[in-house]
Design a protein around this ligand. Sequence first.
Ligand code: SIN
Ligand code: FE2
Length: 201
Amino acid sequence: MAKKISTKGFEIYPGLLDRSTQESMVTDLRKCLQQAPLFAPVTPSGKPMSVRMSAAGQFGWVTDRKGYRYEPQHPEGMNWPRIPETVLSVWQAVSNCPRQPECCLINWYDDSAKMGMHQDKDEADFSCPVVSISLGDEGLFRMGNPERGGKTESLWLRSGDVVVMGGTARLAYHGIDRIRTGSGTLLPKGGRINLTLRVVT
Ligand code: SIN
Ligand code: FE2
């Protein structure tokens, strides 16, 4: 098995995906985004998020003035594309979960995007982990605790790194403090893509 770092219940697999796997994944994701384009989400309080978002799978996670939730369709009405096999195979390799992911959330970060500390808690079955895949520029990932606040640990996630948030880390707070501009060579125009695979129901 690949090298693994465990910290605060988070399992990090540095460089799990080699370059050609990452390139195939980007090709697949471009097709997904042709069918279901990135959109600009707003929080329930009306604050625009700095990431742009789309999804693949039976459900996509969305947020707008009506709240955080999973939806079977994109906000513009189209169906979400299927989760690419290249992405599903990462779940098979690291999730240790008998269920299949029902959502692959696609977050796109430009140079100034970040993601505040939050829990992933809109899913029904917390025995299934969330599996996160990083592509493109590096992002500074902050890992917290199941309760808000307390000590945190930070780590730069690089292209090809995979994180499993299961067990005690399943409901732990986490976020992205900043993106290291120009640190990756995978995406010709720069930026960072993060995929999170989740079982929803
Ligand atoms: C998320 O928690 O939804 C994103 C994490 C990341 O971008 O690495
Ligand atoms: Fe999250």
